[in-house]
Design a protein around this ligand. Structure first.
Ligand code: PMP
Ligand code: GLN
Length: 383
């Protein structure tokens, strides 16, 4: 194995899901829903397969999907040319990889906030660039907020790109307009490219709004915006994602993407186009359901004795294991499936400073209510 990949041999999701399966545990570790997306979208995929949409789609993605993505982004006041400014990818995962491989390399620094989604550090390493990692800071209310002064201090002459995730996995933070404005100002001042991971864009709670960094002043020309259908329409296995941005930056990502997978997911592309156009109300319903699930799991975890942190969006809530007498979240998560039949994910593995995050674990609430209730009942056995 090449040294570049040696720190990244197995993902925490694979490890914890294997433990969960072996122990027949309730899996609140890996974030995937246990119900299907809108019926009309599922029917559209079946129809596409039956009618012969089974060969390579066009390199940038099927035209109806690119048109639907462009139309979907108009709600943020942004506009993209479907032909030159949108690229369909194999999930957000490939979008992130393509953007980094196309835009940075040896000698470049990429600015990340920790905890970070695990593929970010691995893809920066694959590109040959290095990462500069600034921790989110917990406030008195248990919300993890971006550290603007820390980001400013971390920017150096080789900093080329900032990779931002909001709504944020694993903390559930939804960055505010003020926070994003400050980050946008840093990007403009230091001439950084921004790549934003917005896969949870629709899953924001309590009346909050998702604001794309690329919609703020000065950002359109320097931002690649990434999202995907998996979280929007409960179809994480379809792996239909996309990148929107100025033609020159999209072309850089496309140059890498064409040699990663070339194309993918032919019959799912028209189905996702259909869902983007016709199933907005279904997504609002999903968001409202998830907010209720967040409340259900937060109440259960609190009763079970965890120190529960704020979750403003996404599938996830973070919790402190110290009130229950544990100190190391990684060890806690490795033992949990066998001990009581529940799986969670330790947050320290998404950081460069594991000691500072070792008391925090992440639970996913994108599950049926009875599954959440069973997990909570089992978690009560910890005390
Ligand atoms: N980014 C974040 C923050 C995620 O949580 C995930 C997956 N859960 C992805 C990217 C990957 O998205 P996809 O499944 O579309 O590749
Ligand atoms: N993104 C999902 C999560 O954070 C899992 C994706 C994966 O298994 N790589 O739980």
């Amino acid at each position: 194995l090449t040294p570049r990949l040696q720190p990244f041999t197995s993902t925490i999701f694979a490890e914890m899901t294997a433990l969960a399966t072996r122990a027949k545990a309730v899996n609140l570790g890996q974030g995937f829903p246990d119900t299907d997306g809108p019926a009309s979208m599922l029917a559209a995929a079946q129809e596409a397969i039956a009618s012969g949409v089974n060969q390579y789609p066009p390199g940038p993605g099927r035209p109806e999907l690119r048109a639907a993505i462009a139309a979907h982004r108009t709600r943020y006041g942004t506009s993209f040319d479907p032909d030159s400014e949108i690229l369909v990818t194999v999930g957000a995962t490939e979008a992130i990889a393509s953007a980094l491989l196309g835009l940075v390399g040896p000698g470049d620094e990429v600015l990340l906030m920790e905890p970070y989604y695990d593929s970010y550090a691995a893809c920066v390493a694959l590109s040959g660039a290095t990462r500069q990692v600034v921790p989110l800071v917990e406030d008195a209310s248990g919300r993890f907020a971006p550290d603007i002064a820390g980001l400013r201090a971390a920017i150096g002459p080789n900093t080329r790109l900032l990779l931002l995730n909001s709504p944020h996995n694993p903390t559930g933070t939804v960055f505010t307009r003020d926070e994003l404005t400050a980050i946008a100002e840093l990007c403009v001042e230091h001439d950084l490219i921004a790549v934003t991971d917005e896969v949870y864009e629709d899953l924001v709670f309590d009346g909050r709004s998702h604001i794309p960094l690329g919609s703020l002043p000065g950002m359109a020309a320097r931002t690649l915006t990434i999202s995907s259908a998996g979280k929007m329409f409960n179809c994480t296995g379809w792996k239909i994602g996309w990148i929107c941005g100025p033609a020159e930056l999209v072309a850089a990502a496309r140059a890498a993407k064409q040699f990663l997978t070339f194309v993918g997911g032919a019959p799912f592309q028209p189905a996702v186009a259909h869902a983007l156009e016709h199933e907005a109300a279904w997504v609002v319903g999903l968001r409202d359901q998830l907010q209720g699930k967040r409340d259900r799991l937060v109440a259960g975890l609190t009763e079970a004795g965890f120190g529960v942190r704020a979750s403003e969006g996404t599938y996830f809530v973070c919790a402190d294991v110290r009130p229950l007498g544990f100190t190391d979240g990684l060890q806690f998560c490795r033992e949990l499936p066998d001990r009581i039949g529940v799986a969670a994910v330790p947050v320290q593995v998404f950081t460069d400073r594991p000691d500072e995050w070792q008391h925090i674990v992440r639970f996913a609430f994108c599950k049926r209510d009875e599954v959440l209730d069973e997990a909570v009942a089992r978690l009560h056995k910890l005390t």
